[in-house]
Design a protein around this ligand. Structure first.
Ligand code: SAH
Ligand code: SF4
Ligand code: F3S
Length: 441
């Protein structure tokens, strides 16, 4: 029996991919999940290429594992995921310790690649597929809290935002058979899970036969009223009124919409190939607020994209204020080789300027998050308990439908401790910019 440890980097899709490839290995026979590098015969790094610093981390990690391999003869090292897809040649040349390389669509061949590695040959497969969705495979839930799980419903991306590497590392967009999705969600609910997050790079463009995303969402939500349903990430261009209507009538679809804007400047949005304008984006925000006045809205922002002027940056800041985001992921632009931006647009904003603009964006978001949390003080919510608070064993935490974390005393009004998977009605009593404090009511 070979014990396999997967170290996961990057986005939520990689988390579910690690669970999927583990299911493939376990089903093949002869492999089991290890819980640390120390007890593993095989270490797989599931990697990310989204920004340069994500790749730098992996190069360093490969050096560490290479050193470990010198001491532990027979240790097998594999590189999988987006960086394996993008840099296979460079890795083969520069890291002799790497035994196998598999791209995101090649996980079914992992048992075979590992057998090749055992016989001394390097196992390599970075072929992308137009069809692969790992549809019938139920992931082995690694590191799970037993309450919430990710469910991949589509793979790849056809949007080709000019800065982004994902369409190259993950290939063309394809959707998974809805029957297999519903089967997996049903199994999760039976196993005690109370929250699923439907995942895709562009989840709201899901389409399989006659089933589009609003229809899929409705079917998943109908698995049980006790199952919370989330999804990520949505592209603004596919945030249709039909989708908002489907959400509004189903209370177990969470009131949290992640709708990355990237920039508030029309000039930048055009260069980014985002396919919408600031005005159009704000129109979608207004539609969300009409359909679900209590929805939380979050975003991704890129600071210092090619040719970004102080005015463009000011447009981003004003967009953030205008929407009043609950939460944001914020990044400095990092040029990715071979993307349209890298080929045609100079990366001309100096790093110090990118850093300064990002700091302003982060400071503004902290202000907006705090203001949003202050508005919640005194309000009542239902939270789904996930686990023990990091700060205190006497407290547990859960999330509101809006995806905000609320910390409450462990012992409930009935004298019994709250358990992961419990729904608890709470009133918010206090807050910081990151969390809410509450009490059961
Ligand atoms: N498909 C999703 C998420 C893609 S990656 C979407 O379109 O929203 C997550 C985020 O990383 C992106 O939204 C973007 O904000 C950021 N990102 C992507 N490429 C980047 C780059 N080259 N430099 C900096 N940030 C980048
Ligand atoms: Fe990248 Fe754009 Fe696709 Fe998101 S929608 S994965 S940012 S190309
Ligand atoms: Fe990274 Fe690939 Fe996800 S580049 S963000 S792991 S799709």
């Amino acid at each position: 029996m070979k014990r396999v440890f997967v170290e996961t980097y990057g986005c939520q899709m990689n988390v579910v991919d690690s669970e999927t490839l583990m299911a493939i290995l376990v089903a093949a026979g002869g492999f089991a999940a290890a819980s640390s590098v120390a007890e593993a015969d095989v270490v797989l790094l599931n990697t990310c290429s989204i920004r340069d610093n994500a790749e730098q981390r992996i190069w360093h990690r490969l050096d560490e594992l290479g050193a470990l391999k010198k001491r532990r003869k027979g240790l097998v090292i594999g590189l999988v995921g987006c960086m394996a897809e993008r840099l296979r040649e460079e890795i083969l040349e520069q890291r002799p310790a790497v035994d196998i390389i598999a791209g995101p669509d090649a996980y079914r061949s992992l048992p075979e690649l590992l057998r090749q590695a055992e016989s001394g040959a390097r196992g390599i497969n970075t072929e992308l597929s137009k069809e692969e969705t790992y549809a019938e495979i139920s992931p082995v839930r690694l590191d799970s809290n037993g309450v919430s799980a990710f469910v991949a419903i589509m793979r790849g991306c056809d949007n080709f935002c000019s800065y982004c590497v994902v369409p190259y590392t993950r290939g063309r967009e394809r959707s998974r058979d809805p029957e297999t999705i519903l089967h997996e969600v049903g199994e999760l609910f039976e196993a005690g899970y109370r929250e699923v997050t439907l995942l895709g790079q562009n989840v709201n463009s899901y389409s399989f036969g006659s089933v589009d995303f609003p229809e899929l969402l409705r079917r998943v939500a109908e698995v049980s009223p006790l199952l919370r349903v989330r999804f990520a990430t949505s592209h603004p261009k596919d945030m249709s009124d039909r989708l908002l209507e489907a959400m509004a009538v189903l209370p177990n679809i969470c009131r949290a919409i992640h709708l990355p804007a990237q920039s508030g400047s029309n000039r930048m949005l055009d260069k980014m190939n985002r396919k919408y304008t600031r005005e159009w984006y704000l129109g979608r925000i207004a539609a969300i607020r009409r359909a679900m006045p209590d929805a939380a809205i979050s975003t991704d922002i890129i600071a210092g994209f090619c040719g970004e002027t102080p005015e463009d940056h000011a447009d981003t800041m004003s967009l953030m204020r205008e929407v009043g985001y609950e939460f944001a992921f914020m990044f400095k632009y990092s040029e990715r080789p071979d993307t349209v931006a890298a080929r045609t647009l100079p990366d001309d904003v100096p790093d110090v300027v990118k850093t300064a603009r990002l700091a302003e964006i982060i400071a503004l978001q902290n202000e907006l998050s705090l203001a949003s949390n202050r508005r919640d003080v005194g309000r009542e919510f239902e939270i789904l308990v996930e686990g023990t608070s990091r700060r205190s064993d006497e407290k547990v935490f859960g999330r509101t439908s809006q995806n905000k974390v609320v910390v409450i005393p462990r012992i409930g009004l009935d004298g019994q401790p709250h358990k992961p998977g419990d729904y608890v009605r709470v009133r918010v009593t206090d807050c910081s910019s990151a969390t809410l404090q509450g009490e059961e009511i």
